[in-house]
Design a protein around this ligand. Structure first.
Ligand code: MF3
Ligand code: CO
Ligand code: CO
Length: 273
């Protein structure tokens, strides 16, 4: 059963999602050659805390493993679940996926973008553009009366027509009190299949798209998913609320109630030359 959110739950989802989007927006502004992914993660930790929220990633458990960072930061061939490191310094020509998931008042907001570091090769720029457009095409299908497979199909056909690979192992998902609720929302599938979409559902739609093969593997850290061929990968994600018509995107930066909007001081970055 896919949970339907009542008015109260939707209000809280809105708040968590606004915070997640605001933090993502602020992190994006820090991306530049020379910064380490550790510093970006620490900035994420501080920004999340400054909004009275907590990272839903930190301590997230799969089996006996707990995720050790506050955000997911995935560079180049890293698809998702990259762990910030002082050793990974961004360079001109890299791309980095920033995935921010926060919990506030018992509800979760989840969103991601992939951004270029300076100038990137044209085909990689196409990968980013295609992945973002695929997200919006998927979102457009998340309407009452449609089925989950309509979202999946829209994303897959658009992406594959452009010669990119759709990751199979990780999928979008329902989101609410938990980060991952029913249903699973694959980025590949058949039109008219899967559960029916009704108003009041909240979904994280998140195409993960590879420049080359769709195949991936997990590094020995147990978290970082990378492309099997070492080519770059992109990831865009929004949390949306379904309605009778077009869904509402909840993860947009917008003014917060004053209790949650105190402007943090500039995040402290470890100095390095
Ligand atoms: N934000 C991810 C998602 O889009 C999940 C994070 S997994 C964690 O579903 F291990 F980093 F927490
Ligand atoms: Co996410
Ligand atoms: Co997600």
């Amino acid at each position: 059963m896919i949970p339907i959110k009542d008015k109260e739950a939707i209000a809280r989802m809105r708040e968590a999602c606004t915070i997640a989007a605001t933090v993502l927006h602020r992190l994006k502004a820090l991306v530049q050659p020379g910064i380490s992914t550790y510093d970006l993660d620490q900035a994420g930790r501080e920004l999340i805390a400054s909004h009275g929220a907590r990272s839903a990633d930190y301590g997230y458990q799969i089996g006996s493993r707990r995720f050790p960072a506050y955000t997911c930061l995935s560079v180049n061939e890293e698809v998702v679940h990259g762990i910030g490191s002082l050793k990974r310094i961004l360079r001109e020509g890299d791309i980095i996926s920033l995935d921010v998931t926060v919990e506030c008042n018992g509800y979760i907001g989840d969103n991601a973008i992939t951004v270029p570091v300076g100038t990137i090769p044209p085909r990689v720029a196409e990968l980013l553009k295609t992945t973002e457009e695929a997200l919006y095409l998927g979102i457009r299908q998340a309407q009452a009366g449609n089925r989950i497979g309509d979202i999946s199909h829209a994303i897959q056909t658009f992406v594959e027509a452009r010669g990119f690979g759709v990751v199979r192992e990780m999928v979008g998902h329902g989101v609410g009190r938990s980060m991952h609720e029913e249903p699973q929302i694959p980025n590949f599938g058949r039109r008219g299949t899967g559960e029916k979409i009704r108003p009041g559902m909240t979904f994280a739609i998140e195409p993960m798209i590879n420049l080359g093969t769709h195949q991936v593997k997990t590094l020995t850290d147990g978290w970082t998913v990378v492309t099997a061929d070492g080519l770059p990968s992109a990831h865009f994600e929004h949390t949306v609320l379904t309605t009778e018509r077009s869904p509402e995107i909840l993860t947009l930066p917008r003014p917060l109630p004053s209790s949650l909007s105190q402007t943090p001081t500039t995040p402290s970055l470890s100095t390095r030359n």
